[in-house]
Each structure stands twice: as structure tokens, then as C-alpha cells.
Design a protein. Sequence first.
Length: 323
Amino acid sequence: MLKICLTPIKNEAWILERFLQCASLWADKIIIADQNSTDNSIEIAKRFEKVHIINNNEENYNELGRQELLINEARKLFGNNNFLLALDADEIISANFIQSNEWENIFSHPPGTKIALQWVNLSPGCKTYWANFPHFVLGVIDDGTIKKGTSIHSPRVPINITGETIILNEIKLLHYQYTDWDRMLLKQAWYQCYEKVSYPKKGNVDIYEMYNHFRYIKNNVQSINQTWFQYYEEIGINMKTTTAHPASYYWIEKLNNYFADYGEQYFRRLDIFNNATTQYLTMNVAEINDFFSIAYRKLLRFYGGLPNRFYKRFFKKILNIIS
């Protein structure tokens, strides 16, 4: 059984070397699907002997399409019955996999078995983290099941609904998205605009809940478990220094295009207007900051900070009515 890492990239030079250094320690092969990167991502990837690069020529955002591309390439090259682990470039398996029985246990299970991990979202500086997401399936022992999904929020690997799910508790998924705060804000802003344009019937509250959880991390921050980094750092991998890389902020152009096509007013009740968006984007702030829109966005934040009680559901109905 081969261990194969499946990773889509687009302008990931800010994190890619670290990712590939770490993934090369557990993966037999790393398949990368590059979607028209304009930074030096490809040059970095070519330095790693386990990397196999394919092109993703899709112009639009399409999670299903890119995962199908990666899975089909893995099957074409190596057949079925291999362990497939689908990771983004800002996701790294914690270093304690090296001595964890959880990791070795995976490979004794039959095809169709699914592997679920939990994000630990690293704060800037990588000294603390927050983890309020449930485990989700990122790996599978491939049995040839047909990949299904949608263009966004699609499962990353084929899901055999009858297969067992192994939940990894010791081993975590180190998530570096939040270590570059401006990049994260622009990415989350784009996601929200994408949802607003692609699914106009979706409520502003639903969009807010999906993409603004980072606003409440102070309630969940914990100190890093050093075993998550230790082995990597012992062999010379820099796990904690992350430098901003503006070439990776490719959502700027996409956001500006949304504002040009739909007007800022169309997005005024999304809570996306912050230091990053006003710094990097071309927009008419006066158009956005009318009294009602400001008040509505404040109500969204108030709503987001409430505990999950019956009155929160009632408040949500009110916000949906006035949005």
C-alpha cells in the first residue's frame, strides 16, 4: 500500500517548502495539481523528488474538479487500494505521527476505510492555537469509489458510506491559514462574496456563520503541544516562522472584479470590510458604510458571539427577515 498525498495549489510559495518537507516524511508520492500559479510554487515543488506535478487548467473555483483530477491521477499511476490523504498546502500532519500507534493502525484496515482529522488553527506566531471544528474526513484507503461532490465544500476524497471511519485524536492537522492574518481576511472575504453571487438565496447570517468563526478565537485559545512540532524541528524544518507573501493574495483581483460587476452595495451586509480589504481593494467605502449596513453587520457579530440557545435561533430569523 502506497501513501499518497493529494494537494491542489495556486500561489502557495509562502508555505509550500515547509509543507513538502513535512509531507515527504510520510508520503511515498505527493501529487500536486497547480492552478496557474504566478509565483515560484512550481520551482519549489520541482526540488522535491517525491512530487509529481499536474496542471489544473480550470479558470474558476471548483473543488470537485480539482479533487477528481488528483484522485484520477493517483489511480492512473498507482492503481487502487492505496492510502490517499488530501491536504491543502497550509495543512501539515503533526510531527507526533512518527511515534503514534494511530498512524500505523491506519494501514491495517481494508479499502473503503475513511480517516478523519481535526484542525488545530495556529495563531500568528505559532505559539497558540484554537480548535472548535469537528474531525472531518481527509483520507481514505482507496477502493475505487466514484468521487462525488460540488464546486465548494466538497468532500476531498471518495466516500464509501459503508466503510469504517477512523478518527485520529493524537495526530492533529496543523492549519497555517491564520498565521498570515491579511491573507486569511482576503480569502474569507472572497469566499463570502462567492457564496453571495453563486447562491443568492443563501442568507447573510448563514454566510456569516460559515466564514467568521475566527472572530471568536479568544474564547478558545490554547497553548501549542510541542510534540506537534518537535520531530520536524529536530531535523531542521522551520515550523513557526511564517512571512507574509503578497503574491499569494490572488483573491484581490477576484474581489475587485466582484465589486466591479455587482457593485459594492450588493455585498454591503456581508461582514467583509476590514483593514485588509480596505487596504488592498478598490472600493467605494462610503457606498458600503450606510447606517443600516453598519448596524446590520454589528448585529451579525453580536449574533455570532451568542451561545447556541433557543433565543439565538430566534435572533437568526429576525436577522434573515431584515437582511
